[in-house]
Design a protein around this ligand. Structure first.
Ligand SMILES: Cc1ncc(COP(=O)(O)O)c(C=O)c1O
Length: 393
């Protein structure tokens, strides 16, 4: 335990000093197979040489100059994101929570400008996760993240994910936006039903409500396409990104369609560090690789392989209920003891995380091989074997 650090995480008792590809090394030189990727961040693996080279060169040239001026990598990154998404404009910030704050503010400003001050309510979903700022914890439909921090931001309501009737019951003339993760990440790696998302899109169109997709975890290739929405055949009005966008260099982005984004005018929103040359250069180098020929197809192939291998464990062990997820964002729902499984895997050199209480989450970097997946599955197999005996006692 390091007392000078506020203990906001239940950290493993280890200090990581180096990373290479899908592996991390601690201060004693012990190797770990990393199926957390910094919680779905270092998608191209640790210390990717192209990213290291790009940020080293940029650091020697210009790290920061403020948003009082343009910088070339910010312009190019915005253009690249616009070119490869259904969106028209980008606002840059530094994290996922900030991207969601920007989305909440944009949705409210759009409704204010078009309909007046009474249309400000936002519907989000139970078991969602949108970050830790006051706005983002309020948007997050889980009381455990909100307890002790009240009063929360007014105007948020929580529907049952996947249940259109529940959404209909909360919609009224005050509703300005619906915000959703296409695959709930922290809530337990739970993909939304495509028909549900299509119905939400239709409802939003009918009622003058904006649809916000939080793709902070699902975006940047994690589900096998650059953005998860591409696999649901609908387009949101606002899209938030962070995590994998710059392969570990802090960055967030909020993208929107032009008719929405144009309500943000000088002075309405800002970020000192947002879109700085260092972070945007890292993001450009990341996208350059990710958008290369066959890269995302490989993510889909490996994702299917991982899902198939995990399904074998579900068949084998009584405590394993199901495999969930898309692409290289997978979870195994257990009846109990996900935390104990993650701790035991850690002891055996495999890094995993828990999501949604009892889901063991697998979000490896895209540079893993089938052999790495086999190694990870074999460790989880051993752990479940040992734990199944304990749980049955
Ligand atoms: C879907 C989603 N939204 C928002 C966030 C918050 O991102 P950050 O921790 O960068 O603020 C996360 C982080 O886990 C996330 O998974």
């Amino acid at each position: 335990m390091h007392d000078a650090i506020m203990q906001t995480y239940g950290r493993m008792p280890v200090t990581m000093v180096r990373g290479e590809g899908a592996r991390l090394y601690d201060e004693n030189g012990k190797e770990y197979l990393d199926f957390t990727a910094g919680i779905a961040v270092t998608n191209l693996g640790h210390s990717h040489p192209a990213i290291t080279e790009a940020i080293s060169k940029q650091a020697a040239q210009l790290i920061h100059c403020s948003n009082l001026y343009y910088n070339p990598s910010q312009i190019k990154l915005a253009e690249t994101l616009v070119e490869h998404s259904c969106m028209d404009q980008v606002f840059f910030c530094n994290s996922g929570a900030e991207a969601n704050e920007a989305a909440i503010k944009l949705a409210r400003k759009y409704a204010f400008d078009h309909y007046g001050p009474e249309k400000y309510e936002i519907i989000t979903f139970k078991d969602s996760f949108h970050g830790r700022t006051m706005g983002a914890i309020t948007a997050t439909g889980q009381t455990k993240y909100q307890k002790g921090f009240g009063p929360l931001v007014p105007g948020f309501h929580y529907a049952e994910a996947g249940d259109l009737h529940s959404v209909l019951g909360l919609i009224n003339e005050k509703t300005c936006a619906i915000m959703i993760e296409p695959v709930q990440g922290e809530g337990g790696v739970l993909p939304m039903n495509p028909d549900f998302l299509t119905a939400l899109r239709k409802l939003c169109d009918e009622k003058g409500i904006l649809l916000i997709f939080d793709e902070i975890q699902t975006g940047i290739g994690r589900t096998g396409t650059l953005f998860a929405y591409e696999q649901f055949s609908i387009e949101p009005d606002i899209l938030t990104l962070a995590k994998g966008l710059a392969n570990g260099v802090p960055i967030g982005a909020m993208l929107a369609k032009k008719h929405v984004s144009k309500v943000f005018t000088p002075g309405t929103h800002a970020s000192t560090f947002g879109g700085n040359p260092l972070a945007t250069t890292a993001a450009l180098a990341t996208l350059d690789i990710l958008l290369g020929k066959g890269y995302l197809e490989r993510v889909r192939t490996l994702g299917n392989y991982l899902a198939d291998r995990l399904a074998e464990l579900v068949k084998k062990y009584e405590i394993a209920v199901e495999v969930r997820g898309m692409g290289l964002m997978r979870g195994v729902l257990l009846k109990e003891g996900a935390g104990a499984v993650v701790s035991a895997a850690f002891e055996k050199g495999l890094l995993l995380t828990v999501a949604g209480g009892n889901t063991v989450r697998f979000v490896p970097p895209f540079v893993i091989t089938e052999a790495d997946i086999d190694q990870a599955v074999s460790i989880v197999d051993q752990v479940l074997g040992e734990k199944s005996m304990e749980f049955e006692k």
